[in-house]
Design a protein around this ligand. Structure first.
Ligand code: NAD
Ligand code: TYD
Length: 336
């Protein structure tokens, strides 16, 4: 029976992945290794906490001894989700991004070697490719051109993974996915921030002219892709995942207003993000061809379900948007 170390399993994508795998794979033990930073939330997995094939270990990927202790529990495979993940925070302070995303990956790779891990998956992002103009798509051959401290730290981690694969023969695969949406996403990212604000009749901050384009994918489609890369990915290869669903932020905002029945007056145009990438769009034909994967959730269906999830889980949102968090948010972003 494989014993899979999932790092960052208390975050948005990691928690969806853990729930998905427990429900669909009766043969894998999961150890969720998570430091519980501001983005990590035990409440994301309360429904599986007593599952016989699930164990939670609190630990930091930058702490060699904590990582070694977790690996020593018989880990055979690793899927590395844990990261600092929010671009705006990386612009405020890149320190935690370099530490967790780069050094954390190095520590994990060393431990994977030491403990003879059979398959290692690095969950990366399309943002490592930089920004597109009005046309074109990112392929796995697009040169790395990260523009934010977040994407630079993720690109650095990808290069380390490739170096460990090449130098030490570690079986390692890298996945690069576009913007995810779905349940349990921390309400600092566009869709959960806007949905939760609009549900409370609060304004939504659109950066700059709002014409930046993102390629949206439902989190479960991403999780199925990561699973396929883990099971079938060829060592040393990169696989892109995307939803074939390009939307300008402003158009997405209008759609959210419409679905929630809220007025356009709730849009607040604010100063643009520094160095804001204009457009991301993914060519995912390699993953379709080699992994037999394809995005399945139609955007409007997934978006409606996500809105309903946030409506039904107002207490989850409220616990996050508490007084301390709001004070932090106001301090960091209030001046926009
Ligand atoms: P998230 O911010 O919601 O969750 C990150 C998780 O990692 C949290 O549970 C946090 O506690 C944990 N963590 C952070 N630092 C840690 C450390 N030092 N040690 C152990 N755990 C730590 O992030 P997410 O949106 O779920 O993203 C997960 C991964 O997917 C990241 O690697 C991210 O770069 C990548 N990704 C995200 C998206 C997206 O749209 N959200 C798209 C493509 C790729
Ligand atoms: P985000 O969810 O932070 O993801 P990423 O920056 O990783 O793509 O942002 C998605 C897009 O929405 C991005 O172009 C920035 C924009 N945005 C806003 O206009 N307002 C906001 O409050 C946020 C959080 C994002």
């Amino acid at each position: 029976m494989p014993t899979l170390l999932v790092t960052g399993g208390c975050g948005f994508i990691g928690s969806n992945f853990v729930r998905h795998l427990l429900a669909t794979d009766p043969a894998t033990q999961i150890i969720n290794f998570d430091a519980l930073t501001y983005a990590g939330n035990l409440a994301n997995l309360t429904d599986v906490v007593k599952h016989p094939r699930y164990t939670f270990v609190r630990g930091d990927v930058t702490d060699r001894e904590q990582v070694r202790a977790a690996m020593g529990r018989g880990v055979t495979d690793v899927i590395h989700f844990a990261a600092e993940s929010h671009v705006d925070r990386s612009i405020q302070d890149s320190g935690p991004f370099l530490k967790t995303n780069v050094i954390g990956t190095q520590v994990l790779l060393d431990a994977a070697r030491e403990f003879g891990v059979k398959r290692y998956v690095q969950v990366s992002t399309d943002e490592v490719y930089g920004s597109l103009g009005d046309t074109g798509l990112f392929t796995e051959h697009t040169p790395l051109h990260p523009n934010s401290p977040y994407s630079a730290s993720k690109a650095a981690a990808d290069l380390l993974v490739q170096a460990y694969q090449h130098t030490f023969g570690l079986h390692a695969v890298i996945t690069r996915c576009s913007n995810n949406y779905g349940p349990y996403q921390f309400p600092e990212k566009l869709i959960p921030l806007f949905v939760s604000n609009l549900l409370a009749d609060q304004q939504v901050p659109v950066y700059g002219d709002g014409m930046q384009v993102r390629d949206w994918i439902h989190v479960l489609d991403h999780c199925r892709g990561v699973e396929a890369a883990w099971r079938k990915g060829r060592s040393g290869e990169v696989y892109n995942f995307g939803g074939r669903c390009e939307k300008a932020n402003l158009h997405l905002t209008h759609l959210l207003l419409e679905l929630l029945g809220k007025p356009k007056s709730l849009i607040k145009y604010v100063a643009d993000r520094l160095g804001h990438d204009r457009r991301y769009a993914i060519d995912c034909t390699k993953a379709e061809r080699e992994l037999g994967w394809a995005p399945q959730v139609p955007f409007e269906t997934g978006l409606r379900e996500t809105i309903e999830w946030y409506r039904a889980n107002a207490a989850w949102v409220a616990a996050i948007k508490n007084k301390d968090y709001l004070a932090y948010y106001e301090k960091q972003y209030g001046g926009r």
